[in-house]
Design a protein around this ligand. Structure first.
Ligand code: HEM
Ligand code: FES
Length: 721
């Protein structure tokens, strides 16, 4: 064993194994820090960012550099070098963008770009694969996703090399790069696209993200640094291991699921980040060693990933590995890799394109002769020659794929415009939308649609009116003076003909069951009730509408309804008639009645309570998420829809850990509700949301949960598992 586990790159895993077996932490001369080698100790430190500061992850710059960069280049890196409260404030602006199901819309673009790169070198039959493919691809992809020009990514790459090997001649290119990024940010201020810069502007405009322009600039260059070298090294190391084991490459390349499985194993077996440093801020004992403020540790993810207490046969590279233990190649906690969902998508697409385009792929040197760069945070091969058979069939594929420039991001949005608008009450405007081409999709009563305004704010509105399939959508919008700006825009800046984008409606508030129906609307909560009443009439179900509001003048459609169905609607403006006796009214209903309620939170809670008291079935649609008391955890149960199996979740457990113990693997990264990786569908039950990636509307919809942190607000959740 070498005294320092990082002194010999070809023996690093053997040395780390010995470090794990020794009591306390091991000192590393190479890292000049204490090495944390056991899985549990690493995870403990990751989840205690107050004691273990991330400041040393980004080294301080010498004074002449600080001078040259002052006011032009942010120096603390993207999130990674920030502690809280700054870290969480900045990360909240980018988290939701990277959720797996949202980032998936870039898949076709990534695939097209991968083909375009292979077209450039296919005929050569052998290249340094990292230089020609696995390094340029993530740079182009991240540039595109961020909102920079993917065709200039090589220029960006050269500029960013300052951080790996600083030199005076590299100062100006880095300043130029930041100027270009700042110009792109400025351009997005007024004209939004489907990219990360626009996403951050949207959140800044709506007040959901707080930062200044320079902080915003700091987010993007660091993403390219954090994301490109890591992905570039991972895939080439993974390929060498697969190709060296008989049948492993073919097994991994069977389909997308096997590709993803093999990539996860590669991230466990030899992740491109060996580990990251932390600085101790207060006296603490970690792994049996007493540490004092100022001490620095190196969290060796590469070692935790081979800890035999966590993984069976940890030294074996098994592309079919199953099991429920999530590797820590992307770390965990507040600094868990932001780009993990993108990396997973990118690597899977790379594998797929390689399988399609490079027959008989081989590592063009003996596996045993592969050489690694000296071990630092980054784990990388020195050179990466790969060869393949150049065939006529392969030639025929060149240039046959769509160009990246021809591909949009397939995110389900359609273009539409405003064809009618009229005032339907004080502070309520009705707007009718039509598709630019063809018809807008039909919908079902209770559904809401997502609408993106020309200023890029995205809002959800219940669809209203009697016609559900005439290719037009009707919404009514209450001006909310203290709102987040969407309703003000609808009222003041969306004239006839204005362009919008829309996404197909979703319905979390459908009419169901049999028997009589009571619809209770509070204020603008009337909108879904109108089509629901029409639908219940069409189905022959008796229904009554109770419409509560403050003043009659502000109650949209009240007059129409009274004129049309006078005996089946009760319009109750409190200013005229006083407070409505909700409890008394509901107590007199037959027990078979189903009550539907939409309106302000206070009304919904009162209706829910009264329905529980009188044994009535209650369905609600919230404008905002329910407010939960997150103080104390209560136990509850989860039911797996596929098998009907019921599992208890104790007060001190997470759903993720219970599923893991039962042998059901749900992929996770941060394990604290910020990345969206562990999302699971919910069929039934009330969710106690504690994540920070889902939108308010998604929380309110209640059909999806982040199982690492969120819980059940009632007794049981039925999961789509
Ligand atoms: C195989 C590819 C990747 C690996 C193995 C990886 C690994 C990691 C690890 C281990 C960390 C935690 C650092 C720490 O503990 O201090 C991290 C953080 C980070 N990664 Fe990745 N990464 C990959 C790809 C990406 C990509 C593609 C992006 C962006 C597009 C990205 C962006 C980030 C950012 C911004 C952070 C800092 C997060 C924070 O501090 O909140 N990474 N990554
Ligand atoms: S693992 Fe990140 S949200 Fe659950």
């Amino acid at each position: 064993m070498n005294a320092c586990p990082f002194s010999n790159p070809s023996q690093v895993f053997e040395d780390l194994a010995q470090a794990r077996d020794q009591p306390g932490l091991t000192w590393s001369e190479v890292m000049n820090r204490w090495v944390v080698s056991r899985h549990d100790d690493i995870v403990t430190a990751l989840h205690d960012p107050t004691t273990f500061s991330s400041r040393p992850t980004v080294p301080d710059m010498p004074s002449h550099v600080l001078e040259a960069f002052s006011g032009k280049v942010p120096l603390r890196g993207t999130l990674i070098g920030h502690d809280n409260p700054i870290h969480d404030r900045l990360r909240a602006a980018v988290n939701t963008f990277f959720m797996p199901r949202r980032i998936a819309r870039f898949e076709s673009w990534i695939e097209a770009q991968a083909h375009a790169l292979i077209d450039e070198f296919y005929e050569e039959g052998e290249v340094d694969f990292r230089a020609r493919f696995s390094s340029p691809l993530p740079l182009k992809v991240i540039s595109h996703i961020v909102g920079l020009d993917p065709d200039r990514s090589e220029v960006y790459f050269k500029a960013l090399q300052f951080f790996s090997s600083p030199g005076p001649e590299k100062l100006q290119p880095l300043v130029d790069f930041h100027d270009e990024a700042m110009a792109a940010i400025e351009a997005r201020r007024y004209r939004r696209h489907d990219d990360l810069m626009s996403h951050v502007w949207n959140l800044r405009d709506s007040g959901e993200a707080e930062m200044d322009d320079f902080e915003m600039l700091s987010l993007f260059p660091g993403l390219m640094l954090a994301g490109h070298e890591t992905s570039a090294n991972l895939i080439v190391m993974a390929l060498t291991h697969m190709l060296a084991r008989p049948g492993a490459y073919e097994t991994a390349q069977a389909d997308d699921a096997s590709r993803s499985r093999a990539i996860e194993e590669a991230l466990r077996f030899e992740a491109p980040i060996t580990g990251m440093p932390r600085r101790v801020t207060c006296p603490v004992n970690l792994g049996g060693t007493e540490l004092k403020p100022g001490d620095e540790v190196f969290l060796a993810y590469a070692s935790g990933n081979r800890d035999p207490h966590y993984y069976e046969r940890p030294e074996e590279f098994d592309v079919e590995r199953s099991g429920t233990q999530q590797h820590i190649g992307f770390a965990q906690g507040i600094h868990a890799c932001l780009g993990a969902p993108l990396a997973r998508l990118l690597l899977k697409v790379e594998m797929r394109v390689i399988a399609d385009r490079l027959p008989n792929l081989r590592f063009a040197k003996a596996y045993e002769d592969r050489e690694y760069l000296p071990v630092r945070e980054v784990r990388a091969l020195v050179d990466t020659p790969f060869a393949w058979d150049v065939t006529d069939e392969g030639r025929a594929k060149a240039g046959r794929h769509p160009k990246p420039s021809e591909i949009g991001n397939d995110d389900g949005w359609m273009s539409g415009h405003v064809i009618e608008r009229r005032k339907v009450a004080t502070d309520v405007v009705e707007i009718v939308l039509a598709a630019d081409a063809g018809a807008l999709p039909a919908w079902t009563p209770g559904a809401h649609a997502e609408i993106e305004l020309p200023n890029s704010l995205i809002r959800q509105y219940s669809l209203t009116g009697g016609q559900i399939d005439d290719g037009r959508w009707r919404i009514a919008v209450l001006r909310e003076a203290d709102g987040r700006g969407g309703s003000r825009f609808m009222h003041d800046d969306l004239p006839m003909g204005s362009k919008v984008r829309v996404r197909p409606p979703r319905n979390h508030f459908p009419l169901s069951g049999a028997g009589p129906i009571l619809l209770i609307a509070g204020g603008i909560g009337i909108t879904p009730m109108i089509p629901m009443m029409a639908a219940s009439d069409a189905r022959g179900r008796s229904s009554h509408l109770l419409y509560l509001g403050k003043a009659r003048a502000g109650m949209a459609y009240a007059g129409d309804l009274e004129a049309r169905v006078p005996d089946r609607v009760t319009v109750w403006p409190a200013q005229e008639k006083g407070r409505f006796d909700l409890s008394g009214y509901l107590s007199a209903l037959p027990a078979v009645t189903t009550v539907y309620c939409c309106g302000p939170e206070r009304l919904i809670q009162a209706v829910e309570q009264a329905c529980e008291t009188y044994g009535l079935t209650c369905r609600v649609e919230r404008f905002a998420p329910a407010e939960f008391d997150v103080g104390t955890n209560a136990p509850f149960e989860i039911e797996l829809r596929s098998t009907g199996e019921v599992l208890p979740v104790a007060a001190d457990e997470t759903i993720l850990s219970v599923l893991g113990r039962r042998g059901i693997f749900v992929q996770s990264t941060c394990q604290q509700g910020t990345c969206g990786t562990c999302e699971v569908g919910v069929v039934e039950g009330e969710i106690l949301h504690r994540d920070s990636v889902l939108t308010k509307e998604e929380h309110a919809a209640g059909d999806t949960i982040m199982v690492c942190v969120s819980r059940c607000a009632g007794k049981r959740l039925v999961l789509k598992l």
